[in-house]
Ligand binder design. Structure first.
Ligand code: SDX
Length: 399
C-alpha cells in the first residue's frame, strides 16, 4: 500500500551461508560430512572419530586419534560446583533444562574461558584455548546427561571411566547396575548408541546449529553458545521430536487407531511427529540406518511393543496422498525414540541423547565461524511488511 515490495515468505527460508562441514542433498536423501557419506561413517567410524572429522576437517591419523581419545576421556569429570548445580535441580526437571543450566554453569565457573573477562580475541587469537575448551565441552557433555539421570534416580553420581569408550562410559555412568563392582554395559547397546551418536552429530544449518553460529558470532564464550543451541534443540519441532513421537504413538495406542489419527493430522488437529523435514523431500538417510539399529537393540533388550503401531503409522502415511503430496517422510526422530525406550531410558531423556552428540556439530560450526568468519557478527536483515509511516495520535483522539 505504501510502495513496499513484499517478498515471497519462502525466500526467508532459503537464505544460505557457506560451510565445509556437512552437505545435504534433500531431493536425493544424501548426507555427507567433510566428503564422507553418512552410511560409511555409520558403518566404519565411531562417534569420537566422527567428532574429530567434523571439528578438524580430516580423519585423524593414529597419533592424532590416540591423543584425541585420551584428551576427551580424561576430561569427562565435572567440577564440584557444576555437580552442585545439577544436584540442586528437582528430580523431575526436564533433562534438557538440566543440560542447558549445567553447560551455562560450566561457563560461569570458568572465567579463564570467558572473552568478556579475557578479551574478545581469546579464541580467535589462540588455537590452544579453543581446542582445550572444545575437549572440555565435548568430554563433559555426556557426564552432564549421566548426572541428570542420577538425580532422577535419586542415586549417587557414578564417576566416569577414562578406560571406556565415550558411549560405553555414558551408559556406564547412567546405568543403575554400574554400582556393582566391575559392571560393563552390554556391548550391543554401546555399539547401537555409538551409531546413533554418529547419526546425530551434525546436520548442516539446522535450527540449533544456526543458533550456535548466530550466538557464537557475538564472540561470547562457547559454553553460553552451546546452552543457547541446546535450548533450540529442546523444542518438539526439532530435537524434542524423538520424545514427542513416543508420546504421540502412546496416544494412538493401537494399530486399529492409526487411520483415525491420520485423519486428525489431515484436519491439522495433530502433528505427525517424526515426519517431515525442511530439507529432505524424499527420505532422511539417517532414518533408514536407525531402523536397522533398532533391530540390534530389540535383540538385546526385547522388542519394543510400540514398534508395531509405529510401523503401521509409517506405512499408512507413506501411502496417503496428503503426506505424499507434501513430501513428508520419516525423519531421524521417528525411530530413535523407540530405541531409547527399548533401552530403558525415561521418555524425557530422549532429547538429551540427541543433544550430547550434536555438541560435536555445534563445536565444529563454532570453530569454523571463528577460523573463517573474520569475527563478523551475524546480523540478518528483515523485510519490513508492517504499517507505513504515520503520526502519533494522543490517547483522547484514539477511537
Ligand atoms: C530434526 O533441520 C534439521 O536438519 C533438523 C534435524 C537435525 O538433524 O538437526 O534433521 C532434526 O529436527 C528433524 C525434524 C523433527 N521434527 C519433527 O518430527 C516434528 C514434525 N515435523 C514438522 O514439524 C515439520 O515437518 C518440520 C518442522 C520438521 C519441517 O517443517 P517445514 O519445513 O516448515 O514444513 P512445512 O510446515 O513447510 O510443511 C509443508 C506442509 C504444511 O502443510 P500445508 O500448509 O501445505 O497444508 O506439510 C505440513 C505442513 O502443515 N507438515 C506436516 C508435518 N510436517 C509438515 N503435517 C503434519 N505432520 C508433520 N510432521
Amino acid at each position: 500500500s505504501n510502495g513496499l515490495r513484499v517478498f515471497d515468505p519462502a525466500f526467508l527460508n532459503t537464505a544460505a551461508i557457506s560451510s565445509k562441514i556437512t552437505f545435504i542433498d534433500g531431493d536425493r536423501g544424501f548426507l555427507m560430512h567433510r566428503g564422507y557419506p553418512i552410511e560409511q561413517l555409520a558403518s566404519k567410524s565411531d562417534f569420537l572419530e566422527t567428532a574429530y572429522l567434523l571439528i578438524y576437517g580430516v580423519l585423524p591419523d593414529k597419533k592424532q586419534d590416540d591423543t584425541w581419545r585420551y584428551e576427551i576421556m580424561h576430561h569427562t569429570a565435572l567440577a564440584e560446583d557444576v555437580m552442585k548445580v545439577i544436584s540442586s535441580m528437582r528430580y523431575d526437571s526436564h533433562p534438557m533444562s538440566v543440560f542447558i543450566t549445567a553447560i551455562a554453569a560450566m561457563g560461569a565457573f570458568a572465567p579463564e574461558a570467558n572473552p568478556a573477562l579475557q578479551g574478545r580475541d581469546l579464541y580467535t587469537a589462540n588455537a590452544d584455548v579453543m581446542n582445550k575448551n572444545i575437549i572440555r565441552i565435548l568430554g563433559k557433555a555426556g557426564t552432564v546427561a549421566a548426572a541428570s539421570m542420577r538425580v532422577r534416580m535419586n542415586r549417587p553420581f557414578i564417576p566416569p571411566r577414562s578406560d571406556y569408550s565415550y558411549c560405553e562410559n555414558l551408559l556406564y555412568m547412567m546405568d543403575s547396575h554400574s554400582e556393582a563392582e566391575g559392571y560393563k554395559p552390554d556391548q550391543r547397546l554401546v555399539k547401537a548408541l555409538d551409531i546413533l551418536f554418529i547419526l546425530h552429530a551434525d546436520h548442516e544449518m539446522n535450527c540449533s546449529t544456526a543458533t550456535m553460529t548466530h550466538v557464537g558470532s557475538s564472540l561470547v564464550d562457547p559454553y553460553s553458545a552451546i546452552a543457547a543451541a541446546a535450548a533450540a534443540l529442546y523444542g518438539p519441532l526439532h530435537g524434542g521430536a524423538n520424545e514427542a513421537v513416543i508420546r504421540m504413538i502412546e496416544r494412538i495406542g493401537s494399530v486399529e487407531a492409526v487411520p483415525e489419527f491420520l485423519e486428525k493430522v489431515k484436519r491439522k488437529e495433530e502433528l505427525l511427529f517424526g515426519f517431515g523435514h525442511r530439507v529432505y523431500r524424499n527420505t532422511d538417510p539417517r532414518s533408514k540406518i536407525i531402523r536397522e539399529v533398532a533391530e540390534m537393540v530389540f535383540e538385546a533388550c526385547g522388542r519394543e511393543p510400540l514398534i508395531e503401531v509405529a510401523t503401521a503409522l509409517r506405512d499408512a502415511a507413506l501411502k496417503d496422498e496428503f503426506f505424499v503430496k507434501r513430501r513428508l517422510y520419516p525423519n531421524v526422530d521417528f525411530w530413535s525414540g523407540l530405541i531409547y525406550k527399548a533401552m530403558g531410558f525415561p521418555l524425557d531423556f530422549f532429547p538429551i541423547l540427541f543433544a550430547v552428540p550434536r555438541v560435536a556439530g555445534w563445536l565444529a560450526h563454532w570453530k569454523q565461524l571463528l577460523d573463517h568468519g573474520n569475527g563478523k557478527i551475524w546480523r540478518p536483515r528483515q523485510i519490513y511488511v508492517g504499517e507505513g509511516l504515520r503520526d502519533y495520535v494522543p490517547i483522547e483522539k484514539r477511537e
